[in-house]
Design a protein around this ligand. Sequence first.
Ligand SMILES: NC(=O)c1ccc[n+]([C@@H]2O[C@H](COP(=O)([O-])OP(=O)(O)OC[C@H]3O[C@@H](n4cnc5c(N)ncnc54)[C@H](O)[C@@H]3O)[C@@H](O)[C@H]2O)c1
Ligand SMILES: O=c1ccn([C@@H]2O[C@H](COP(=O)(O)OP(=O)(O)O[C@H]3O[C@H](CO)[C@@H](O)[C@H](O)[C@H]3O)[C@@H](O)[C@H]2O)c(=O)[nH]1
Length: 440
Amino acid sequence: MNIAVIGTGYVGLVTGVCLAETGNRVTCIDVDEQKVLKLRDGISPIYEPGLESLMIENLSRGRLHFTCAHEEGFREADLIFICVGTPQRPDGPADLSYIEQAARDIGRHLVKPAVIVVKSTVPVGTNEHVKAVIAANSRHSCQVRIVSNPEFLREGSAVSDTFHGDRIVIGTEDDEAAELMTELYRPFGIPVYRTDLRSAEMIKYASNAFLAAKISFINEISNVCEKLGADVESVAYGMGLDQRIGPQFLKAGIGYGGSCFPKDTNALVQIAGNVHYEFKLLKSVIEVNRDQQTKLVHKALERFGSLKGLRVALLGLAFKPHTDDMREAPSIAVARLLTELGAQVVGYDPVAATQAARVLPPEVVYAADPQQALSGSDLAMILTEWPQIRALEPADFRRWMNEPVVFDGRNCYDPQQMKSMNMEYHSIGRASVLTELSVI
Ligand SMILES: NC(=O)c1ccc[n+]([C@@H]2O[C@H](COP(=O)([O-])OP(=O)(O)OC[C@H]3O[C@@H](n4cnc5c(N)ncnc54)[C@H](O)[C@@H]3O)[C@@H](O)[C@H]2O)c1
Ligand SMILES: O=c1ccn([C@@H]2O[C@H](COP(=O)(O)OP(=O)(O)O[C@H]3O[C@H](CO)[C@@H](O)[C@H](O)[C@H]3O)[C@@H](O)[C@H]2O)c(=O)[nH]1
């Protein structure tokens, strides 16, 4: 099939590349000229395992093209994917200005009938609005069918998630469009679930809100565990054995960040509020997460009394491993608070340091490796569980730091092992006296 993809961010680029890989002819369109030039040269503007090599392969096969010209992308397109951003507006709801613009672009430049597929995460009712905006701006009155096809990929494993996802959701009232989508996704071998437009839009928000709720729930449990001497890792494991609960998204830590959970939970509170429904549970999920992000700083304050003049090593800055995305990373709140409290902050991240320097306070300095970050530090905070950080031996902290005081926001170490090595180790909700986790 001939496909156009509007937006070459995490979702657009991964979608475009993967659809080219399954044999389609794909043209990716972006308004950012610099990005398009890089992409044409086979350089991925984002760090995403496996993406760049797949992109280069499909560029050289001639199945993948990049352009800034919408009309060029739409000329032959059977399907047009909208993958532009829907960031959070300062007052909470999703900013739909990029969606509106993409719809106007389609209206102005479409010269043949096409199926419009909205992959961006959008509030319920937006797909219908997109169709109306296209029609209002249409120069050639082409027939347009509309499909909501929410995206469920995770950053850091986006390519693998696209090929091995749990489900593909298609929301449309149009049978022909549904058939075309089913055909397009057949090579992926992933179950396709068809529903109506509005339900598909809601599935995306409900899924992200539910996963965020699981995280805030286990973080609340970890806070109670700390007070009672129970071990949250053991509790999460025991809970996860119940198939109705499942083991995933029960990892206690310093809360969720990223480009999706924070904005989508806020947007859903707003979407419900617009129809006069107060989503109390979700409001609490958001509040718990906000408090959890700076939990390590409060633990350190309790331990040291004051952090003024202390050198703090932040290990891991991206919101999760295997990405350089800094959007809503907990490291932002942590670094801001530490700087306000007069600490000297030194950050290390295997790939996100350049992005981090754009959003962290200007006082933060950056280390090339964990040793440089830890050398001469008074305390360390583990914020992202990168393999390079997990690989540090307890003895490394002892060797390089002034005093080995470690605040672990991702529970990377065994508290007993740390204790046996005379390390001062503060975890999230782990008990200091533990029996090994095991199913007997
Ligand atoms: N990032 C993720 O992991 C993820 C996963 C699932 C769903 N989503 C959703 O997918 C959507 C896109 O997210 P993202 O992270 O890929 O966004 P992004 O901000 O990384 O990329 C958006 C791209 O669209 C381009 N763009 C904007 N308006 C345009 C226009 N009119 N024509 C052409 N290009 C245009 C921008 O220049 C940018 O390159 C959002 O709604 C998001 O919530 C994101
Ligand atoms: O048990 C867990 C799992 C995750 N996290 C944190 O939650 C955040 C989000 O992680 P993850 O979901 O793996 O990454 P995202 O790339 O943000 O993916 C989410 O957001 C995407 C955008 O909507 C969706 O497509 C995905 O399905 C959804 O998992 C990160 O800060 C993680 O550290 C935890 O604290 N504990």
